[in-house]
Write a protein that binds this ligand. Structure first.
Ligand SMILES: NC(=O)c1ccc[n+]([C@@H]2O[C@H](COP(=O)([O-])OP(=O)(O)OC[C@H]3O[C@@H](n4cnc5c(N)ncnc54)[C@H](OP(=O)(O)O)[C@@H]3O)[C@@H](O)[C@H]2O)c1
Length: 246
């Protein structure tokens, strides 16, 4: 099959391209650095010519709610319109487990807008709600680290290996549209502060972690809200196994 991966140079995108190519599929790579921009539509029609399916693993760094909604709204709208022109038969969107249960986070508001447009849009779709990735703790600690201290929320999550997410996306992209798929998660619940501490130790990075609910992850993300729902698909790679690869 011919499959376009939007966000092909990103964390999950690069692994999804590799998984699809291992399966013998022809992959078209989409990202701004490769000359295709979902925000402006530049290069999109050419990229989707002949594509059977699209995997959307783009991202948005906006921390303002209105900006995140506008960005995901524009990029997803442009992608869906181009898919319709090209006759694409399947849109696979990577989303976040529990996205409807969390209020007050700009990225989540943007992802809900993306989900709304895909589920009401013209292309048959699969939405894959994933839990946070194994590298999530070090990423969020890096956002706040200053003078050797990183404020970080003590979130309860059940993280998944990026390569396992990519394998699931590749598997679903070559199948029939499934609508809202089960949550996909890793095998074990983890405390985000502990994950950050263990990742930093594995990397030999010295930083003091300061647990707090005053970062961009506030108390609406406490408790069980980020854990996968009943019936989740559990991917095999443990956090410990992923740490051992660093
Ligand atoms: N991190 C987590 O724990 C987690 C958990 C569940 C779900 N997710 C979701 O996973 C998705 C992917 O995350 P990621 O960490 O793999 O992202 P990432 O590493 O930041 O990669 C984003 C990709 O999107 C491309 N991109 C961004 N804006 C674009 C545009 N306007 N046009 C074309 N390409 C564009 C980027 O390339 P260029 O910069 O070259 O354009 C890059 O290839 C996100 O939507 C996120 O919500 C993340």
């Amino acid at each position: 099959m011919r499959i376009a991966v939007a966000g092909a140079t990103g964390n999950i995108g690069a692994l999804t391209v590799a998984a699809l190519e291992r399966g013998g599929h022809h992959v078209v790579r989409i990202s701004r650095s490769l000359g295709v921009n979902l925000e402006t539509g530049d290069g999109l029609d050419e990229a989707l010519t002949g594509a059977d399916a699209v995997v959307d693993v783009t991202n948005c760094g906006a921390t303002d709610r209105a900006e995140a909604i506008a960005y995901f709204g524009t990029t997803t709208g442009n992608l869906l319109a181009a898919e319709q022109r090209a006759g694409v038969r399947h849109n696979v969107l990577l989303s976040i487990a529990g996205v409807d249960r969390v209020d007050g986070n700009a990225h989540y508001a943007g992802k809900r807008e993306q989900e709304r447009l895909v589920s009401e849009g013209p292309t048959p779709w699969t939405i894959v709600p994933a839990t946070q990735f194994h590298d999530f703790a070090e990423m969020v600690a890096s956002w706040t680290e200053q003078d050797g201290v990183a404020p970080i929320a003590p979130l309860l999550i059940q993280p998944i290996a990026p390569a396992d997410v990519a394998d699931i996306l590749a598997e679903l992209a070559v199948g029939e549209p499934r609508g809202r798929y089960a949550d996909v998660a890793g095998p074990d619940p983890q405390d985000l502060v502990d994950m950050a501490r263990r990742t930093h130790a594995a990397r030999g990075h010295s930083v003091k972690l300061a647990p707090t609910w005053s970062t961009m992850f506030g108390p609406t993300m406490a408790g069980n809200v980020l854990l996968p729902a009943e019936g989740a698909r559990i991917a095999p790679t443990t956090f410990e196994a992923w740490l051992a690869t660093l």
